[in-house]
Each structure stands twice: as structure tokens, then as C-alpha cells.
Design a binder for this molecule. Structure first.
Ligand code: NAP
Length: 500
């Protein structure tokens, strides 16, 4: 058993209060680590150290910053199996998915390391002679990253690699359910050779550590991924200080299955999207919107397959679906089953915690399907964040898209159809940030933007693509006049035209 520490200014230190908390394996309750229960004073120390390190770090050439990030990717690749196993132990997802989580961080590190030799600005012609017009990206300063437990390696990577390559320094508060993974990750940054203070870690409750980061005057950007309720709070607090806030929040994602779909392909996509990661992805499919002609056959086949999914410890090769994150999550999911029944939905499979044999030691909920769901029911509108799927009937593609678009979230949609015109209709009319045609709602790649509309995000994009640089930099527009005389934009241009 290991006791861990905060990483502040390049040193491993206990919480100033000396208090600790524990992290447990959701599959069996095993103790995974003991961590500092930090508070506002630890958070403030970390920000001060990050602010001190910033001035040197921002002047260190971007290609050299990128080399350190690339080194992280190499160490992570060498430790992929070990990190994946730890991820399954601390967070619960089955090992192949845990390895995928680590791989996504490797991908992001390689992608952002490449940015070290790009970080493109803008260079445009000036309207005046002998004048240079350009815009460059400046780092922001200290970036506070507040991250969730469901992608404990990949999501911090989405935030920290772009922040660092752009020249920012980072203070990181990981989720209290997966702090040991954060510790291991920081050990890798240290090994890669990041200078002291450039990357800092403070574990402890969101309300204490997260809030202290948000309120600290030297934090310039808060990059948050988590639930919509907490994200709204983060945003409201940060607004008081006029801080930039990038929010990635909840989802209520749907798979639309049209009558002309390849039904077996759709079933594979639904099972993977709804029950993969035990339904605990922000992009997890929690609604199937089935056109009336295909719904009955789809549902029969889907229910039969879902009932056969094997629950268990994610490290076992025989496990299809791992635990949910903790006992509180089991209770929350079950509350939604009760709500669904009260609202008139029918529980087709699952609908209860799984407690047979060894499962009783962990936090397991049976893969669950609700039929007869209407678009305005709570189980069709609210994020459940577990293995629970609501099935809704639609008359037409227009009807299906309207139902899809009618929640307060806007992250991911998928449409199964064999008709190219309908696929394009969906591409035009779906209003979520991600759309998949003939594939499930999950499975983003780092070279494209990731994020959502409405209650899912606040307009920034993280997770990938060159646009992430916009979140982590400030534009500085620079004009250089080398004419040696006063030249007036918008005024002297007329005189110039007359001279031609
Ligand atoms: P959460 O409860 O909102 O927590 C997210 C992070 O915020 C954690 O580090 C948490 O710390 C911290 N936090 C809690 N209260 C805070 C406060 N008052 N001030 C500042 N920070 C605070 O979310 P979660 O349960 O970890 O993650 C699941 C949610 O994340 C789901 O809603 C899911 O959809 C969403 N998610 C979204 C995306 C996306 O890209 N859109 C990706 C993944 C997950 P503690 O752990 O100490 O409470």
C-alpha cells in the first residue's frame, strides 16, 4: 500500500493539515492508495509555484517544451500495461478500455508535441505599404485543470499537453475517486524532466481545492470537465473574477435507428455505446430513438444481448461490464429505475443492483433497458451516467432528430441508416457537437475537436484538433511599420489608390 503526496514546485509534500483520504477499487473495495486531503492553503501554494515557474517556461522555446511532452508519451507507452491495470483497479473500466484510455493520452501527447513546431499564428498583408501585420498566440499563465474520474488519464492529457505546449504552467486537481492515477501520471512528468513548478498536483475535495484554484488571482484559465451542475457553479464563481473558463460537461446522447438501418450493425453500436465503460462516458448512449418500423425487432434482439453481458472485475478477461464508480452511483442509477417505472416506462432487462457472489463486494448495476419511454420523461432528459438505456419511438427521421435535439445537453448523436440522403439530412439538422453515421456515440480521435453544445459546453473545444490551442492561448495582434513615416490605417489608403 502506498501513501502519496501532492506535487508542488517540484517537491512531493503532504497536505499542510496532515489529513489524508483513501481511494478504493470499485470492483471489490480494495484500498488502492492514501492521498493528501488538501485544502485552500495547499492550492494557493501550488498556484504560487506555478506562477513563479511561468515566466521561464513561457520563454523556453515551444519545440523544446514539446520534446518533454513527447518524452511523457514514450514513458507512458512503456508503462501502458501497468497504467492500464492500475486504471482498472482504481476506476473500474474493463482492461481493454483502460488501455484505450492510456492510449488516448499517448496519442494526445504525440499530437501536441507536433504542435511545438507549429503553434500557427496569422500572417496577413497590410493595407499600407512597408507594414507587417500578424497575430501570434500568447500563453495565458497559470491554468487550473479540474478533471473527472471516468477518463482519469485521457481527459487530463487533453488539457495539460495543449496547455503546456502553449507555454502555460498547470495546477491540477484530479477527481477524488481516481487520485492515485493522477499521482502516477505526475511521476511520469517528473521523470520526463519538466522543470519545478511547471506541473503541480493537489488532491482533495472539489469544493475546497477546486474553489481555491478558481478564486486565486493568478489562475487565468479554469479548464473543467465534469457534471453540468458543478460546471455551472465553476462558471458562476469564475465569472466574478472575469476568468476564462472552458467547460466540458454532461451528455444525454442518442442513437437514432432508422427503418432502413443495418439492424445487426446498429445493435453492436448500441451495446458498445450504452454499456461500454458501464455507461459512464460523457458520450455514452443513453437513448435509442428507433423508427417505428424497426423498433420491435431491434428491441427484442438488443434486450437478449444485453441480458447476456457478464458483470465482474474489469481485470478478468471474462468480464464484459465492470463496476460503476462507487456505491453512491449505484443508488443514483437505481433511483432512476424507480423514476422510470413511476413515469410509465417498462424495465425490459436489468433494473437492479447486481449483488451475486463477489459482485456484492463492489458497486455493480445490471445493464438496464427501459422501453415505452416518452421524449419528455426524466429518464429521457437527465444524465443517469450508468448502464441504463431509454428506448423511444419515432415516426420519421425528422421526428427522430427533433427528439434527439430536445434535451438540455448536446454532446454526441449517432444515426444508423443505409440511405445517404438521410445521413446528410442528419448532418445538417443534428445540433450536438459530435455526430457519427453508422457508428456508436463513442470513439473520438485526438485530431478533431471534442465538445458539445447547450448544457454540455460553453463553446470551447478540447480533446483534440488544432482548435484546442484557442482555449489555451490569447491572441496578440502585432503591426510593424517600417515605412519611417506616419501611416494611418483606413485613412491613407484612399490617397494610395489615387496615386495608382
Ligand atoms: P463532478 O462531480 O462534476 O466532478 C468533476 C471534478 O470537479 C472533480 O475533480 C470534482 O472533485 C470537482 N469538483 C466537485 N465540486 C467542485 C466545486 N464545487 N468546485 C470545483 N471543483 C469541483 O463530475 P464527475 O462525477 O467526476 O464526472 C462525471 C461527469 O463528467 C458526467 O456528468 C460526465 O458526463 C462528465 N464528463 C464530461 C465530459 C465531456 O468532455 N463533456 C467528459 C467526461 C466526463 P471531487 O472528485 O473531489 O468531487
Amino acid at each position: 500500500m502506498t501513501e502519496f503526496k501532492n506535487f508542488i514546485g517540484g517537491k512531493w509534500v503532504a497536505a499542510q493539515s496532515g489529513k489524508t483520504f483513501e481511494s478504493h477499487n470499485p470492483a471489490n473495495g480494495e484500498l488502492v492508495g492514501i492521498l493528501p486531503l488538501s485544502d485552500a492553503s495547499d492550492a494557493a501554494d501550488a498556484v504560487e509555484q506555478a506562477a513563479t515557474a511561468y515566466d521561464k517556461w513561457r520563454k523556453y522555446p515551444a519545440p523544446k517544451r514539446a520534446e518533454l511532452i513527447y518524452r511523457v508519451s514514450e514513458i507512458l507507452r512503456a508503462r501502458k500495461q501497468e497504467m492500464g491495470e492500475l486504471l482498472t483497479r482504481e476506476m473500474g473500466k474493463v482492461l481493454p478500455e483502460a488501455l484505450g484510455d492510456v492510449q488516448e493520452a499517448i496519442d494526445m501527447a504525440m499530437y501536441m508535441a507536433g504542435e511545438g513546431r507549429r503553434l500557427n499564428g496569422l500572417l496577413v498583408p497590410s493595407e499600407l505599404p512597408s507594414k507587417w501585420a500578424m497575430a501570434v498566440r500568447d500563453p495565458l499563465g497559470v491554468v487550473a485543470a479540474i478533471t473527472p474520474w471516468n477518463f482519469p488519464i485521457a481527459i487530463p492529457a487533453w488539457k495539460m499537453f495543449p496547455a503546456l505546449v502553449c507555454g502555460n504552467t498547470v495546477v491540477w486537481k484530479p477527481a477524488s475517486d481516481t487520485p492515485v492515477l493522477a499521482e502516477r501520471m505526475i511521476q511520469i512528468y517528473e521523470e520526463a524532466g519538466f522543470p519545478p513548478g511547471v506541473v503541480n498536483l493537489v488532491t482533495g475535495p472539489g469544493g475546497a481545492v477546486g474553489d481555491a484554484f478558481i478564486a486565486h488571482p493568478k489562475v487565468r484559465l479554469v479548464t473543467f470537465t465534469g457534471s453540468t451542475d458543478v460546471g455551472r457553479d465553476v462558471s458562476m464563481q469564475a465569472a466574478k473574477y472575469l476568468k476564462r473558463v472552458s467547460l466540458e460537461m454532461g451528455g444525454k446522447n442518442a442513437i437514432i435507428v432508422l427503418d432502413d438501418a443495418d439492424i445487426d450493425l446498429a445493435i453492436e453500436g448500441i451495446l458498445w455505446s450504452a454499456f461500454g465503460t458501464t455507461g459512464q462516458r460523457c458520450t455514452a448512449c443513453s437513448r435509442v430513438i428507433a423508427q417505428q418500423g424497426i423498433k420491435s425487432e431491434l428491441l427484442d434482439k438488443l434486450a437478449a444481448r444485453a441480458a447476456k453481458l457478464r458483470l465482474g472485475d474489469g481485470l478478468l478477461a471474462t468480464t464484459d461490464v465492470g463496476p460503476v464508480i462507487n456505491k453512491k452511483a449505484v443508488e443514483k442509477i437505481h433511483e432512476y429505475t424507480e423514476i422510470a417505472k413511476r413515469e410509465g416506462a417498462i424495465v425490459l432487462v436489468g433494473g437492479e443492483p447486481a449483488t451475486d457472489g463477489d459482485l456484492a463486494k463492489g458497486s455493480f448495476y445490471k445493464p438496464t433497458i427501459f422501453d415505452n419511454v416518452l421524449p419528455n420523461m426524466r429518464v429521457a432528459q437527465e444524465e443517469i451516467f450508468g448502464p441504463a438505456l431509454s428506448v423511444i419511438k419515432a415516426g420519421s427521421i425528422e421526428d427522430a432528430i427533433q427528439i434527439n435535439n430536445s434535451t438540455n445537453f448536446g454532446l454526441s448523436t449517432s444515426v444508423y441508416t443505409s440511405n445517404v440522403n438521410k445521413a446528410f439530412e442528419a448532418m445538417r439538422d443534428v445540433t450536438t457537437g459530435l455526430l457519427y453515421i453508422n457508428a456508436g456515440t463513442i470513439g473520438s480521435e485526438v485530431q478533431l475537436p471534442f465538445g458539445g453544445t447547450r448544457g454540455t459546453g460553453n463553446g470551447h473545444r478540447e480533446g483534440g484538433g488544432p482548435v484546442v490551442l484557442d482555449t489555451f492561448t490569447e491572441w496578440k495582434t502585432i503591426y510593424v511599420d517600417y515605412s519611417g513615416r506616419l501611416q494611418r490605417a483606413q485613412i491613407d489608403t484612399d490617397a494610395l489608390a489615387q496615386k495608382l
